[in-house]
Write a protein of this length. Sequence first.
Length: 278
Amino acid sequence: MTIRIDTHTHFYDPTRDQGIPWPPADNELLYRTCLPQDHRALAEPCGITGTVVVEASAWVEDNRWILDLGEKEPWIAGFIGHIDPGDDFASQLDDHADHPLFLGLRFGGGHFDAESAAVDAAVGALASRDLTLDVLIRGRQQVVGVARIAAAYPDLRIVVNHVAHVPIDGAAPDPEWVEWMRQLASHPQVYVKVSGFVELSTEQPAPTDAQHYQATFAALLDAFGGERLVFGSNWPVCERAASLATVVGAVEAFVGEHPDLEENIWWKNAKAAYRFDL
């Protein structure tokens, strides 16, 4: 069987008694039940065979909600949780870190705007437990901060989400962003997630023509090589810009031009970055 792991989905259920903190109820597109069976119905026809869930919500207790869901849903290959750096970080991490589906955490880029003892302690705790750090970054200051962390913790696997938020207009990407990617790629344990790109298109709704995204993908391949690009859809958030099928189709077109990436981008690189079981 061909394996394709979607490493970036968000699952939530606004019908729960406690509700959800995100998305807000006035978001007509996203405020709906989004669970494994909903993703699977769209993803299986695209060849996807499982997913890594990212951040159920900012509520610490929702880490356990996803882990409990994953115990019942083999579609979930793993989970990147949400625990903010701070006084309770170590105990909260200990509450979840031993679960076999718990693969790491995601921090927003704001955590890396300046040196922080709390962030250093948090990433050190992740590294000591052989967990992975996902990061959302925008702009030079955050790139420098993540590069500093990568240099300080060379054994900590880091996955930069959503093509590092570069605007995509169909042409070659901003040379400054390209240099930032090379700076991050100089650290061999840093990966980049080919995700969120339809939302980053300067044309909205995002083009369905796969060619629109290829120059950005090519720049990432040039910087990181074929062993550190990881596929993710950002479903259901991607639907603000394009369908899941459009997202997958853009990456399929790229792999079509680089057939040696076939297994790497769809699952092998993800397994190396996240250490999930298949």
